[in-house]
Design a binder for this molecule. Structure first.
Ligand SMILES: *[C@@H]1O[C@H](CO)[C@@H](O)[C@H](O)[C@H]1NC(C)=O
Ligand SMILES: *[C@@H]1O[C@H](CO)[C@@H](O)[C@H](O)[C@H]1NC(C)=O
Ligand SMILES: *[C@@H]1O[C@H](CO)[C@@H](O)[C@H](O)[C@H]1NC(C)=O
Length: 199
């Protein structure tokens, strides 16, 4: 959790300038906007593990499940169906390293939301989810959304907002497929750079 501890809670030493207006309970965080894409105000790298329900024997392990069937458009008319129209809901563990949490080890965060497949000719998805941080080191959310054309080596999701320790954060998450196991597991590497932070 060390990296995250450092990255989630950036605390600037603020000098309260008298006047008695800023008491001990006042929130002294101020908005910081980066002046260049090379200088995010906060960076973190996290791994999202999606373990899809295989319909057979991974009920306990699965963290994602299709909630709709793909449409006939992709499955009947194409021999190589691309799941067009299928919606998957997930509550995925998110870690700082590549390994899945072992036993009752707490993940750094959970990714809660959905993706759906949105192209009949090739694998392409669209994601919308919250990264939910709920540890002593970091409490709050980052909310991400964006297109996932899976053939591209990297894709960018927008970080559209944040709450808690990540109050009002905005930025870009660059996504890379880091590992796959057949059809039922993938790991995404997320390089998250925030360009607007309250610290
Ligand atoms: C679960 O089922 C899959 C395919 O149906 C099989 O390859 C795998 O070995 C099974 N795993 C367990 C733990 O039984
Ligand atoms: C599926 O098949 C169609 C028609 O043969 C082809 O145009 C398309 O590229 C294929 N898609 C994938 C993901 O292989
Ligand atoms: C859970 O799923 C992951 C990803 O497929 C796999 O590596 C792991 O062995 C599974 N664990 C159990 C207990 O089946």
């Amino acid at each position: 959790m060390q990296g995250l501890t450092a990255s989630c809670k950036i605390v600037l030493v603020m000098f309260l300038l008298g006047l008695g207006l800023a008491g001990a309970t006042a929130d002294s965080r101020r908005r910081h906007i980066s002046s260049s894409p090379d200088e995010p105000c906060k960076k973190m790298t996290l791994y999202l593990h999606d373990i899809l329900y295989n319909g057979v024997n991974n009920t306990a392990n699965a963290t994602a499940a299709p909630v709709t069937k793909p449409t006939d458009l992709s499955t009947t008319h194409w021999s190589n169906g691309t799941f067009f129209g299928m919606l998957v809901v997930f509550d995925d563990p998110v870690t700082e390293g590549t390994a899945l949490p072992v036993g009752d080890e707490e993940p750094a965060a959970r990714a809660q939301g959905f993706y759906f497949y949105d192209k009949k000719e090739s694998y392409s998805g669209w994601f919308s989810f919250s990264l939910v941080f709920n540890s002593k080191a970091c409490r709050g959310t980052l909310n991400l959304m964006g297109a996932d054309p899976m053939d591209a080596e990297t894709r960018d999701f927008s970080v559209v907002g944040g709450t808690g320790d990540l109050f009002m954060a905005r930025g870009v998450a660059t996504i890379r497929t880091d590992a796959t196991e057949g059809l039922f597991y993938f790991r995404l590497k997320m390089d998250i750079k925030l360009y607007e932070c309250y610290v």
